[in-house]
Design a binder for this molecule. Structure first.
Ligand SMILES: CC(C)(COP(=O)(O)OP(=O)(O)OC[C@H]1O[C@@H](n2cnc3c(N)ncnc32)[C@H](O)[C@@H]1OP(=O)(O)O)[C@@H](O)C(=O)NCCC(=O)NCCS
Length: 227
């Protein structure tokens, strides 16, 4: 069955990684809810607001449709577990790597068979005091460069850095359990490789920024596995 029109394929800047943008608020909710597992259904009940409940259900439905199509199985037949730091994965198909991000009604899904992937999407609707947040996630050299920028360039550099860093940390599965200040991704829209050291092991990730409709800041990262 073809994917619904709200699940839109994107051109991927990383080889081996397929990407989709999802218009979460346009997904058929009755159909979405019928595809959720009992655990996912329980999770929807814990959201205080309908909008968050519905977007979570829509994102999980879209994820199940994309993976189901890739693996040739029914969306509601997939068993999705979570890793030690919360990254969802498929115990029965560990070669099928995926990741999800959502922001303000737009979802992003990445799928890869060549190694772990991570994505992050940020739609910025509010003005924030970025100078109080940046020291908490930028590396010392990123922070020094960021402070040297003029005020108008700072917002773009901030969100480029933030989404790229989250994409890398999500690809690693560590998420924000790992100190983002120790990960260097830079402030520009360039093709960067970065290495994360964690508990005696190291892993290298490629990260890229891309366009995705109204979402201005979107990043995807994938782990370069040895073959
Ligand atoms: C994972 C994390 C980086 C997500 O960041 P976010 O910008 O809030 O949310 P996003 O929309 O980009 O991503 C959410 C999705 O990431 C996935 N995810 C969750 N944990 C993950 C992890 N450790 N690694 C990769 N992906 C993860 C899930 O699919 C989740 O979607 P779901 O809740 O619908 O299942 C962040 O929430 C995290 O690391 N949390 C754990 C640590 C923590 O809570 N720290 C807070 C104090 S610093």
């Amino acid at each position: 069955m073809p994917l619904p029109p709200q699940i839109i394929p994107l051109e991927s800047p990383l080889k081996g990684v397929a990407l989709w943008r999802v218009e979460l608020d346009s997904i058929d909710l009755a159909e979405a809810r019928s595809a959720l597992s009992p655990d996912e259904w329980q999770r929807t009940l814990r959201f205080a607001f309908d909008i968050h409940r519905n977007r979570f259900a829509a994102a999980r439905f879209a994820l199940r449709r994309v993976i189901g199509e890739s693996l040739g199985c029914a969306p509601d037949a997939l068993r999705i577990s979570v890793g030690p730091h919360g990254k969802p994965y498929l115990p029965a198909a560990t070669h099928c790597h995926f990741n999800v991000s959502h922001s303000d009604g737009v979802g992003l899904i990445a799928l890869s068979r060549s190694g772990p992937v991570g994505v992050d999407i940020e739609i910025v609707n509010e003005v924030r005091d970025l100078s109080t947040v940046s020291p908490g996630f930028m590396s010392p050299s990123e922070l020094a460069l960021w402070k040297s920028l003029c005020a108008t360039d700072r917002e773009q550099a901030f969100y480029l850095c933030w989404t790229r860093k989250e994409a890398v940390l999500k690809a690693s599965g560590l998420g924000l359990h790992h100190d983002p200040c120790t990960v260097h991704v830079g402030l520009a829209d360039s093709d960067v490789s970065t290495t994360i050291e964690c508990e005696g092991t190291s892993a290298t990730f490629r990260v890229r920024t891309l366009e995705a409709g109204r979402a201005r800041y979107v990043a995807v990262a994938s782990q370069a596995l040895e073959t």
